[in-house]
Design a protein around this ligand. Structure first.
Ligand code: SAH
Length: 359
């Protein structure tokens, strides 16, 4: 068994109880501490005023509460805020607050960098540096909720920041359990959306989770040839397998799987693509979210005109598929989809990245 971490921010309620029990604490003390960390965003044991002074000092000596440090906080003209956060080992990640969409939303990272290498994504260009721990995933929510004054308000979480959540499966699911705890922020899984390139074994595991988030699948193409060129993991997990896993995916009443589709000018945005997409989605309770590309230096694709986007959307709508076009927010501060990147990432070869993905 792996030893329980002495970083209390890494622990689920049951682990925290076990860890504190060894220090003579009762169950309710563990709940109090969990509440201070997660609900109060308090990281200094000295401020945990419902614990005795001796206990506070004792905990202070034995434990730490790891918390990402805000090193940059930029606000876009549309109100989107991008936070650069520094982790205990000095690595940096980015997390984004998107207000009023219509609710408040936090876009959270699951890895430093990403191994998927999607051809239109800046994070993909970094390669994977490392997975985030559960505490670091939850820590982003704690820090952003505190910074935006939302610790006591409802908000949504989208796992659409840096990284591929199903490539860091265990830590991501542990983070969702920690966020869900009634002693912490009590975030309902209905308010969480997990976005994935479609790692099939991960989708199958997710289908059996008791705490199941909403599912978004990044499709982006309608033939395997084109998808493999844009989203390299498609070689191992091709379209038919992903869509099969989606067909079997247990959905709650009235809920649907979102299919994200980045639109690249003159590449995957033709009327034929739209018609093929309709066919692929037959038999799936689906909605489609079109994301006109957010262009960036080094990305060899262009953003299609509004006319092309609307023509594509109309073909789907005419075939009774619910379709929306994502407004790209925070582009002026590079906070939009696919624009999250921090310097210093090690670039790995495609083969190394595939090895990591499969391993
Ligand atoms: N790895 C996960 C989540 C991260 S990205 C996934 O792939 O789903 C969230 C969404 O932003 C994905 O659909 C991704 O394909 C999209 N995206 C990446 N780069 C983009 C860009 N330059 N413009 C628009 N959307 C982009």
């Amino acid at each position: 068994m792996t030893p329980i971490s002495n970083d209390l921010a890494e622990l689920e309620p049951a682990e925290l109880e076990a860890q504190l029990e060894a220090h003579g604490c009762e169950r309710f003390h563990a709940r109090q501490v969990y509440r201070w960390i997660h609900k109060g965003s308090v990281t200094d044991f000295g401020r945990m005023t419902n614990l005795s002074r001796t206990r506070r000092t004792e905990l202070q000596t034995a434990f730490v509460i790891g918390t990402p440090r805000v090193v940059n906080d930029e606000v876009s003209i549309d109100g989107t805020r991008k936070f650069a956060l520094e982790l205990a080992d000095g690595r940096r990640i980015e997390s984004v607050f998107i207000p009023d969409t219509p609710s408040m939303t936090f876009c959270i990272s699951t890895q430093v960098g990403c191994a998927m290498s999607c051809g239109f994504c800046l994070t993909g260009k970094m390669g994977l540096v490392r997975h985030l721990t559960a505490g670091e995933i939850v820590g982003q929510v704690r820090v952003l909720a505190a910074a935006t004054g939302l610790l006591d308000a409802p908000f949504n979480i989208v796992l659409m920041g840096m990284g591929e959540p199903l490539h860091n499966y265990d830590n991501t699911m542990k983070a969702l359990r920690m966020l869900h705890s009634e002693h912490g922020l009590a975030v309902s899984p209905r308010r969480v959306t997990l976005s994935t390139v479609g790692i099939i074994p991960g989708l199958e595991r997710l289908a059996r989770e008791p705490l199941m988030p909403n599912l978004a699948v990044s499709l982006h193409a309608t033939t395997d040839e084109q998808r493999t060129a844009l989203v390299p993991p498609n070689r191992r997990y091709p379209l038919a397998g992903i869509l099969d896993a989606c067909r079997r995916f247990p959905l709650k009443k009235r809920s649907r799987i979102t299919f994200e589709y980045v639109m690249l000018n003159d590449v995957n945005d033709t009327p034929e693509d739209a018609r093929r997409l309709v066919k692929l989605l037959a038999g799936i309770k689906a909605k489609v979210n079109l994301i006109p590309l957010n262009p960036a230096p080094g990305i060899p694709y262009g953003r299609p005109s509004d006319d092309r986007v609307n023509r594509f959307a109309q073909i789907l709508a005419d075939r009774h598929i619910t379709v929306s076009v994502r407004k790209s927010r925070g582009q002026d501060i590079r906070a939009a989809c696919g624009q999250l990147i921090v310097e210093g990432g090690t670039r790995k070869t495609a083969a190394q990245q595939m090895a990591m993905l499969i391993g």
